[in-house]
Design a protein around this ligand. Sequence first.
Ligand SMILES: Nc1ncnc2c1ncn2[C@@H]1O[C@H](COP(=O)(O)OP(=O)(O)OP(=O)(O)O)[C@@H](O)[C@H]1O
Length: 411
Amino acid sequence: MIGKVVGQLACSAELAALRQQLTGVEAERDRALQERQQVLRGNIRVMCRVRPAHQQQQSPSRSPAATAAFGAAHGSCIGYPLEGLLAVHDASTARQREFEFDAVFAPEASQQQVYEEVSPLVRSCADGYNVCIFAYGQTGSGKTYTMDGPADNPGINTRALQELFSIAADEVDHSWSFQVAMLEIYNEAVRDLLAMSASIGGGSGAASAAAVAAAASAHTVEVSGLPAGELPPNMDRVPGLVWRKVSNTAEVQAALREGVRARATAATALNAASSRSHALVSVKVQGVREGKAFTAMMHLVDLAGSERVDKSEVAGQQLKEAQAINKSLSALGDVVAALQRRGAHIPFRNSKLTQVLQDSLSGSSKVLLSRRQWRLLRPSTQEPAAAFEGLSHPLQPHGPADILKDHGVID
Ligand SMILES: Nc1ncnc2c1ncn2[C@@H]1O[C@H](COP(=O)(O)OP(=O)(O)OP(=O)(O)O)[C@@H](O)[C@H]1O
C-alpha cells in the first residue's frame, strides 16, 4: 500500500516535472518567436501619437466637413488614410504629404492602446534585452502625458513596470528584482533625481532655492563614456547613481512622483522650464531564466521639447538651453541613423544623453521612438476634402504640422 502511494507520488512528481519542462519549452519557444518577430519588425521602431485638440479648439458639434474647414483655416489638417500612415495637408501651400510610421495613434487612442504597441519591447526586456523608449516632440505635444501620465490613467512608465511585475510573478524562479533610477539631463549636466529628492525632502517646497540649487549641483553625476564592450562588468555607466528597489505599482508611482517633484523643484530654483531638460526613468531588471541569471536595462525617456529656437531671438540661459537640446537631439539622431545604417562607428560620445543610453542603444538592444525618423512617402497637391473626409482632425497650434515645419519637412 505504502509502496503504491510512493509509486503514485513519484509518478505524479514525474508528471509535474514533465509538465513543468513542457511549459518551459513552450515558454522558451514563445520567447524565441517573439524575439524573431521583433527582429523582423526591426530593432528600431517609430510610432506617432497625435495629441487631442485642447478644449478651446474642440467643438462637439463640429462635423467632419467643419473640422476640415477648421483645419484649413488653421493652415493644415491631418488624417489617417491607412494603418501606419499620417497625412498632412498644408492649406497655405495646398500640399499634402504622407508619412509612414510603424504605428500611428489618432487623438482618441487611449493610454492602454498606446501601451499595447510598446508592450512587446517590455517583454523583450524581461527576456534579457536592453530597451530604450523615447518620447520626442514639441513642448506641449504630449510627451509627458504619454510617458508619465496622470495618476489615475498612467502612461508607459508605470504600465511597463506593472507588466514586468506580472511577468516575474508567472516565472518559476521568484528571485527577480527590479530597481528604478531617475535622471535629468539639463545643459549637458546629468542629475540624480532620487538622490536630490532625498536631500531636499522630495521637493516638498520646504527647501530654499539656494538649498535646492546646492542639491542640484551636489547630485550632478559623472557618466562613463567607455564603449559598451570596454566597461568593466562591475562598473556602472553612471557610478553612484541611487537605485530604488520596487516590487509593486505603489512603490513605482511613489518613486516616480519623488523624481518628478525633485525635477520641478530644481527647475523652479534654477529658473528653468522642466521641458528644457531630458527626463529618464531607468529600470534595472535582474532575473533568472533557465537557471541563468541576467541583468537587463530599460530606459524610458521624456526628451526635452524639440522646437526650433531662432537663435537671433534668444540669448543668455535660453540660448544655452537651446544649444544643449539641439546638440543632444542631433547626437541622438546621429546615433540612431548610424545604428540603422549598421555603421562601424556609432558616435555615442557626442552628448551626455547618448552616453547614458549607449548600452541600451547598441548590440541587440531594442529602441522605440515616438514621433521621429518619419519616412516621407509621397507629396501630393490633392484637395484635403477627398483624403480627409470623415477622418479629419483639426491641427492645434502645437500639432504635428508645426513639428514637420520645424524640421523643414513641409514649408
Ligand atoms: N493624449 C492626450 N490626452 C489628453 N490630454 C493630453 C494628451 N496628450 C497631452 N495631453 C495634455 O496636453 C498638455 C500638454 O501635454 P504634455 O505636458 O504631456 O506635453 P509635453 O510634450 O510633455 O510638454 P513639455 O515638453 O512642455 O514637457 C497637458 O495638459 C496634457 O495633460
